[in-house]
Design a protein around this ligand. Sequence first.
Ligand code: NI
Length: 535
Amino acid sequence: MIAAALVVALVVALGACTAAPTGPGGGSATSATVSGTASGTASRAVPGVQVRALGDGEDPGAVDVPELQVVTEDSWARPTLHAKWPLVPGAKRLNQALDATVRGRIASFRKDAGAELGDAVPDLTTTWSVTADHDGVVGIRLTSTEFGGASTSDDSRTTYGTRDGSTVWRGADLVRGDGHERLVTDVLASARAAGVVRAPEGGTAEPGDTPSAEALLADVSFTREGGLRLVVASGELAASDAGRLMVTIDRARSDELLTEAGRRVRDAAVASRPDTGPAAAPTTSAPAGPPASPEVPAPSEPPTPTPSTEPTTVPAPPATTPATTRSPKAGARVDCAVARCIALTFDDGPGRHTPAILDALAARGARATFFTMGPAVQAQPGVVRRMRDLGMDVGNHTWTHKQLNRIPAEQARGELTRTSAAIREVTGADPVAARPPYGAFSASTPHAGLPFVLWDVDTEDWKNRDAAATTRRALAGAHRGAIVLMHDIHPSTARAVPGIVDQLKARGYSLVTVSELLGDLDAGRSYYSAQRSRG
Ligand code: NI
């Protein structure tokens, strides 16, 4: 598991000084063994402070609360929006805060949406889970996934309150103000030691390298043992392509950091639940989820329970996972209305590394889609026929990889039709779809009789040329119905494919072609995922 590999090794013991009241610049305790942290550039792990990548669909510490009402806001007009959040009976101030959080998130999304996105439809999906419910204290985590045309980003926030309606706490209220600076320093040090944050070049931290305490404390929850757990949005601590990070701080170390409210919330959280803890990797027992759910990337863990008060919001998942999600056989098409499907796609080939990718897919009973280029099809017809024979979809990625919205319509049509003819000559069949180079097209771009299939998860493999980074991005973006963009011309991508397939399968995904994922494709439409298309 990628996540496990990132768990920090505890290297060196520093004096505990989090509880010492400090002013700016006064962060050192009396212990002479403390070193290297004042500048914020230390790269040794702080004992008891661990940082790792948050797993796909991981919702740490979620508990069941049956009686909550759920507010739903849906908009299918561009930009699309799907938000759900709960109301806790009686918890007036908590409910107000939840409402303000979601509405604020929607407002900022609407303000930013639409710019620089071309024809992609921006989308915001907000879901919720419960992080504590005991002794009159309730905690709610709101998780938002924002789709920005070719990639997604996630952020989450927890809010706690009392059921009597009198009190609400944000994450920052649970940690002593005089501990914020130290918290930032310690987390940064352990994150660097874990390799998830690069040390600044030349050893000097730029002001922008240091996250704010508010950013670190947006999503605060607690481990089963009462340790402090922070989920940090992508981009706040590490580069955004590292996804979200999870920080855990042992109970012994975090106890002195907590305010009185923090201790009360911790005790409630510890008493509330069967913990799903950080080691609870998603497994193949994940439910297949509701069929054709338009808005929810199905979480890898069992989803938040359907509130009985609003049975229409979340259809109950099937009781059993169909066998097709485990071992799809080549040739046996998967029913993605039932199975948890995801489509890997490879552009710009076939190339030298395509046979190895086909081997890796075939050995794992996985299928994928290859958006091929006309000259490469002519150069390697045997590889393209093998794609067909293995049940892969063969798609059209034009003849010369020009940006179709920057060339005359007739030329764009020729890019597509010439490539379709080459594919037909080799495979005996038309391509299932086309993918415009760079994902670039306009409303007037000719489709040449082909649906356009874009993507909603961008591994950026062409840029990172790094198997680990490609894998990380593929897994971080994975959700039911996703279309994942890769390129079969890079050796790093070929190295990444076996692990990506294995890990997606371990999370209950069926790896399918785009025609299996999307069903009957409309030649005039453009598809970004099973959930998003336009035409
Ligand atoms: Ni391309």
